[in-house]
Design a protein around this ligand. Sequence first.
Ligand code: UT7
Length: 326
Amino acid sequence: MIRARVIATGSYVPEKVLTNFDIEKMVDTSDEWIIERTGINQRRIARDDQAASDLAYEASKSALEYAGLKPKDLDLIIVATVTGDMPLPATACILQHRLGAKKAAAFDVNAACSGFIYGLSIGDKFIRSGSHKRVLVVGTEILSKFTDWADRTTCVLFGDGAGAVILERTEEDRGIIETRIHSDGSMWDLLHTPGGGSKNPPSSETIRKRYHYIKMKGNETFKVAVRMLEDLVIATLKHNKLEPSKLSLLIPHQANRRIIQATAKRLNLPMEKVVMNLDRYGNTSAASIPIALDEAFRAGRIKQDDYILLEAFGGGLTWGSALIKW
Ligand code: UT7
């Protein structure tokens, strides 16, 4: 049986740190509120001269180095982002050029915070079909450039970063076991950026209305996220006849510590088996899972044949999971 296996991971976060105390000086909030309601202490902020492809490049280079591969060894590049370099072309094409991955086809995926799971799912299917052998999947975001720094309900949440994995065809009994992706567009307005697209093209009016910034109905999103994620992880494990106790690690999207704790509780998983880094990076949307995966892998928290479960929830609404036997 052909499967896709993660053979390498990489990540990159910008150097600049923005703490909760820094944000206290910008809006009416407090370190205490942010930590209690979200679990976030600080986040990374990209430089003005950095675009999403620059962060993606660093993460991809790190994954390629780990794998001992050259960019020309890649035959597909998938970039998950909602903060790409430009509306046109795809950030994946800019990354392909920067890497010099001349043989790779490249395209972007927009599934917000679930983007990496969507990208992984697509990459897995390309490999299983036999058409492609080595796929680079990247989640990269510069949310700080689309954050309304005067809106305390969103500006405390987001951060910048990128993570990457390289998938390779294998016939071994390990790799990606199953991916699941879901959407419910009826709730698109819970989390969206109204301006800059064909509905509200850029104009002085859209700028005046702050349409180019991310808007979120946080509490409603929170409630749906908890419910959907609990159902999702249970369904994923059940379908694969895997007891939650057999999981070595849960690597969730890093949106909110309370959402992560609720999912872990539903699975009866001790928090030692859950990867959390949102205290340091905040919510980096499509980048959060591959950054957490890279950190866990490089810290020696993942061993061969371990079962790990990735799950995410985000704008769209979208949600999804990936069960991997490492
Ligand atoms: O990444 C993918 C999708 N995103 C998510 O999954 C995010 C989901 N949502 C959340 O993480 C949480 O809803 C938030 C962290 C965004 C908000 O936490 P909450 O417990 O849902 O708070 P809330 O929105 O119900 O607001 C509670 C109170 C409100 O005040 P009143 O109306 O009770 O007086 C807010 O105005 O907290 C107030 N508030 C703040 N206070 C201090 C909202 N933001 C802040 C803030 N500092 N930054």
